[in-house]
Design a protein around this ligand. Structure first.
Ligand SMILES: [Mg+2]
Length: 219
């Protein structure tokens, strides 16, 4: 399947959670494990803990704080980094990701991981997956002070990691993030049909999407 012409792509920007890694870990952590621990700490039922936490999550969606381990540790008075490690066995790489990264390297693409994840989550995930050496650079949105949903994120990224948007491919499972990249002018955008292997595929609306990275590896 030919989604685009690889020869016109020089830079590949890749999201981490839900794109290269199975979102199942994050969903389990935020929707099940953290509410369970929060319920224990406050003597609440799981249902009440979930209702309380989910409304607090909702208020922060799309902000950098939503992704910030320290923010939630302070807000909830819980050691989020430590709790994340307790379920770290669920961290998993999507199928054909390593083959895809090797394919990019063999074809001399500039490979950049671009994530909203906090550096504490990032380092836990890199430690578990051993993916870090596949990237030319890892950019954490917290270092730029803005999440990828904000168009100014791309301007700031451009300053530290110059790339030509016309010759750039960006793959991300988040539609608001892809829309912000589209507004900035990134030419090749792809989404992911099934960011969480345990949930049904999602509607990627105006964006083309892949079911597997094997679809875009050209041999
Ligand atoms: Mg993602």
């Amino acid at each position: 399947m030919s989604l685009f012409n690889w020869s016109s792509i020089h830079t590949v920007l890749l999201d981490m959670d839900g794109t290269l890694l199975d979102l199942h870990y994050d969903s389990q952590f935020w929707l099940k494990y953290l509410p369970k621990r929060y319920a224990e700490q406050h003597g609440l039922s799981l249902e009440v803990a979930q209702t309380t936490l989910f409304s607090r999550y909702k208020d922060m969606l799309g902000t950098l704080e939503w992704y910030c381990v320290d923010y939630w540790s302070n807000e909830l008075n819980m050691d989020i980094a430590c709790l994340k490690e307790e379920v770290a066995h669920l961290i998993a790489i999507h199928p054909y990701v390593i083959e895809f990264l090797i394919f990019l390297r063999q074809n001399n693409k500039r490979i950049i991981l671009v994530t909203n994840a906090h550096y504490k989550s990032l380092s836990l995930k890199m430690q578990r997956t051993q993916l870090a050496h596949h990237f030319d650079r890892i950019v954490c949105a917290h270092d730029l002070g803005l999440p990828k949903e904000n168009i100014e994120f791309w301007e700031k990224l451009q300053k530290i990691e110059p790339f030509n948007p016309i010759h750039t491919l960006f793959i991300d499972d988040s539609l608001p993030v892809l829309r912000s990249a589209a507004r900035y002018g990134i030419n090749y955008l792809l989404s992911i049909y099934q960011p969480d292997s345990q949930s049904p595929p999602k509607d990627t609306e105006e964006f083309r999407a892949i079911r597997s990275f094997s679809q875009i590896i050209v041999i």
